[in-house]
Write a protein that binds this ligand. Structure first.
Ligand SMILES: Cc1ncc(COP(=O)(O)O)c(C=O)c1O
Length: 378
C-alpha cells in the first residue's frame, strides 16, 4: 500500500531529537525553530516527559472512559492552576480540530442556537464545523459547506454586532493570536468587546488557543494579554509536546450531563501522563517566562537587522512578513544552515520554536538569518 500523498515533503528524515535540535539519518544537526507545527513546547524528548510516558506505558496505557482515571483529575487540576483558570472544567480529546468541534457543540447545546462567527485568516481545523468556519475555501469540501458559518473581517466589531443581531449565533470563535493566517494579533480591546457582545446577544465566546496557548505567547494563554474571561478555551498542540491530546476548558456555569460529549481515546492514561509531564516541565523550568524573554530578545534583534520585513508576534510566536516570496530564503536556512522555520502564505516566515529556546540558540538563528538575508536584499 502507498501513502495517500497529501503533504509536500522536505527530503529530510529526522531520526533523533533533543531540546531544540533534531538530527537526520545522516547525522546532520538542525535547529528547530518550528517545533513541528508549534507542537513541541517543552523541547524534544525531554527526559522527564520520556520517563513519565515510559513508566505509564509499563503500568497501564489505556482504558475506556468508563472507569476512574485519577490522571485526568491530576491533569485538570495542574492545568487549572498553571493556566490561571482554576474554576474551569476540562473535557479531554485528541486533537485541535476535535477540541473546536466539541467547544462549538457545547456552545450550541447551551444556547440552543446554530450559527458560529469566525474571522478572516482564521484556522480552526479540518473536520466538519471546524473547517466550515476556517477561512480557506480550498479545504472546505461540499459536505462541509453550511449556512451556519459566518466568517467576518478580523477586528471588525461593527460587522460582528450586526451578525449577532439576528439572535441565532451560538458562539464567536477567535484565535488568541492567529497562527496559520500569519501571526496576527487581535487589536487592543477587540477580545473584550467580543465578550461584551456575546453577553448582550446570549451567545458564547470561544478562544482557540490551540497554537497560541500553553505558554507560546509569553503568557499561558494569548488572550491573557486582554482582560477577557472566555466561556470556552480550546487547547492541543503544545499540550502533549507531540503526544496527541487536546482539550476544552469550560467555564463553571456550563453544566454537563451524561453523554453530552464523549470520546474513545480522549483522556487515556498515556495522553494524561504526557500532558502532566508537559505541565511539570513548563512550571519547573519557567518556560512561559522563557518564551517571553527569548521571544522579546529575538524580536528586538530582528528589528535591528533589517527593515525589509514587518515583525509581528508575542513570545515565541513570531511572524516576519516580507514583500517577496520567502520559499527560497526558507530553503536556504534549512539546507545551508540547518534551521527549520515555518511559513504562512507566500511571504511570511513563522517562528514557533520549543519554549526552552536559549538566547544562544536564538543567536545561532540570528547569525544565519543575517547571512541569508544579504542574498535576498534589494
Ligand atoms: C489555531 C488552530 N486551531 C485548530 C487547529 C487544528 O488542530 P489539529 O491539527 O490538531 O486538528 C490548528 C492547527 O494548526 C490551529 O493552528
Amino acid at each position: 500500500m502507498k501513502l495517500f500523498d497529501v503533504y509536500p515533503l522536505f527530503n529530510i528524515t529526522p531520526v533523533k531529537a533533543s531540546g531544540c535540535n533534531v538530527w537526520d539519518a545522516d547525522g546532520k544537526k538542525y535547529l528547530d525553530l518550528y517545533g513541528g507545527h508549534a507542537v513541541i513546547s517543552i523541547g524534544h524528548s525531554h527526559p522527564h516527559y520520556v520517563e513519565k510516558i515510559a513508566k505509564q506505558l509499563s503500568e497501564i496505557g489505556f482504558y475506556s472512559n468508563s472507569i476512574q482515571n485519577p490522571l485526568q483529575t491530576e491533569l485538570a487540576q495542574k492545568l487549572g492552576i498553571i493556566s490561571g483558570c482554576p474554576d474551569y472544567q476540562l473535557f479531554l480529546c485528541n486533537s485541535g480540530a476535535e477540541a473546536n468541534e466539541n467547544a462549538i457543540k457545547l456552545a450550541s447545546f447551551v444556547t440552543g442556537k446554530k450559527k458560529i462567527i469566525s474571522y478572516k485568516k482564521g484556522f480552526h481545523g479540518r473536520t466538519s464545523v471546524a473547517v466550515a468556519i476556517t477561512d480557506n475555501p480550498k479545504i472546505i469540501a461540499p459536505v462541509n459547506e453550511t449556512d451556519n458559518a459566518i466568517i467576518l473581517p478580523f477586528n471588525d466589531i461593527a460587522a460582528t454586532e450586526k451578525a449577532l443581531q439576528n439572535g441565532d449565533v451560538a458562539a464567536i470563535i477567535v484565535e488568541g493570536i492567529q497562527g496559520i493566517g500569519g501571526i496576527n494579533i487581535p487589536e487592543k480591546g477587540f477580545l473584550d468587546k467580543l465578550k461584551k457582545l456575546t453577553e448582550k446577544y446570549d451567545s458564547l465566546l470561544i478562544l482557540d488557543e490551540i497554537q497560541s496557548g500553553y505558554g507560546r505567547s509569553g503568557k499561558f494563554f494569548a488572550f491573557q494579554y486582554s482582560n477577557v474571561q472566555p466561556d470556552l478555551i480550546t487547547v492541543a498542540k503544545g499540550m502533549g509536546n507531540g503526544f496527541p491530546i487536546g482539550g476544552v476548558l469550560i467555564k463553571p456555569e456550563i453544566k454537563p450531563w451524561y453523554g453530552m460529549l464523549g470520546t474513545t481515546f480522549g483522556g487515556n492514561h498515556l495522553a494524561c501522563a504526557a500532558g502532566i509531564a508537559v505541565l511539570d516541565v513548563i512550571q519547573q523550568e519557567k518556560l512561559v517566562e522563557n518564551s517571553e524573554k527569548v521571544g522579546n530578545y529575538l524580536m528586538e534583534k530582528l528589528a535591528e537587522i533589517s527593515s525589509e520585513y514587518e515583525i509581528r508576534g508575542k513570545g515565541l510566536m513570531i511572524g516576519l512578513e516580507f514583500k517577496f516570496p520567502i520559499k527560497e530564503l526558507r530553503q536556504k536556512l534549512l539546507f545551508d544552515f540547518g534551521i527549520f522555520t515555518g511559513v504562512s502564505g507566500q511571504n511570511i516566515i513563522r517562528l514557533l520554536p520549543p519554549l526552552n529556546l536559549t538566547i544562544s540558540e536564538a543567536n545561532q538563528f540570528l547569525t544565519a538569518f543575517k547571512e541569508v538575508l544579504v542574498e535576498f536584499s534589494a
